[in-house]
Design a protein around this ligand. Structure first.
Ligand code: ADE
Length: 233
C-alpha cells in the first residue's frame, strides 16, 4: 500500500494540498507539523519542511522513520536557469545535485560530497513520466520540462551567481533550496522520489521584483499537478 510523503518548503507550497486532505493524525517533530491522512483517498503525509537543505533532509528522514512513506514528492517554486523556461512553467527533475558543495581540493568533482559515491541523485523514472503526463492533463496550457534541478542554501538573485552555477553545471534547468537534499535523503533510504517545481523567477536581478507576484500562481501549478500525480502512482 502506497503512502506518499509530500513536502513543500513553504506554507504557500502546501496550503492548498492541506486544505484538500482528510487529516487522521498530526505529529510535530523537529518543529515540523506532519499531517497524515487521505488526499483523494490516497494515503499521504503532507508537511512544510522549512527552507534549506538541513530542514529538507531532516524532513525526509522523519517521513521514512516515523511514517514509512513509500514515495517522496517535493512540490514548490524555483528560479529558472534556462531562458526558454519561463515564469509559470514547470520543471520535473530527472536528477538533482548540490551547486554549493565543493570538495575539489580532495579531487572530487564540484557538487559531490566526499565518500558518498555519487554526484547527483536520479529521480524515479516512473514518477517523472507520470508527473509529466499529469501536468499535461491538469495544466494543459503550461509548458512542462524534464531536466536537472540544482539546489543550494542560496536564493539566487544575482546574475553573476546564476552564471557561475551554469558554468559549473551546464544545462541545469532551475535552482532552488531543497530538492537535492530531499533527493539525497530519499536516495539514502531507497525511497523513490521526484522534485516538481514551478518557476517563480529568473534567478537574476529581476528575482526580487517577480517573486511575490508569481510565487503564489507557481506554487498552485505545482500543487495541482501533485494532486493528480498521487492518484496515478
Ligand atoms: N526558489 C524560488 N526562486 C529561487 C531562486 N531564485 N533561488 C533559490 N531558490 C528559489
Amino acid at each position: 500500500m502506497n503512502k506518499i510523503g509530500i513536502i513543500g518548503a513553504m506554507e504557500i507550497e502546501v496550503e492548498t494540498l492541506k486544505s484538500h486532505m482528510q487529516i487522521t493524525n498530526t505529529l510535530e517533530r523537529a518543529s515540523m507539523n506532519f499531517l497524515e491522512g487521505l488526499l483523494h483517498d490516497i494515503p499521504v503525509v503532507i508537511v512544510r519542511s522549512g527552507i534549506g537543505k538541513v530542514n529538507a533532509g531532516m524532513c525526509v528522514q522523519i517521513l521514512a522513520d516515523v511514517f514509512q512513506v513509500t514515495h517522496v514528492i517535493n512540490t514548490g517554486v524555483a528560479g529558472s536557469l534556462n531562458a526558454v523556461i519561463d515564469i509559470g512553467d514547470i520543471v520535473i527533475s530527472t536528477d538533482t545535485l548540490y551547486h554549493d558543495v565543493d570538495a575539489t581540493g580532495f579531487g572530487y568533482p564540484l557538487g559531490e560530497i566526499p565518500q558518498l559515491g555519487t554526484l547527483n541523485f536520479t529521480a524515479d523514472a516512473a514518477m517523472v513520466a507520470q508527473a509529466k503526463a499529469s501536468c499535461e492533463i491538469v495544466n494543459p496550457d503550461i509548458k512542462v520540462f524534464e531536466g536537472r534541478i540544482v539546489s543550494g542554501d542560496q536564493f539566487v538573485s544575482n546574475p553573476h551567481v546564476k552564471d557561475t552555477i551554469l558554468k559549473n553545471f551546464p544545462g541545469s534547468f532551475c535552482t532552488e533550496m531543497e530538492g537535492a537534499a530531499i533527493a539525497h535523503a530519499a536516495w539514502l533510504n531507497h525511497i523513490p522520489f521526484v522534485i516538481i517545481r514551478a518557476i517563480s523567477d529568473k534567478a537574476d536581478d529581476s528575482a526580487h521584483m517577480d517573486y511575490p507576484a508569481f510565487e503564489k500562481a507557481a506554487a498552485e501549478h505545482s500543487a495541482r499537478l501533485v494532486e493528480h500525480l498521487i492518484q496515478q502512482l
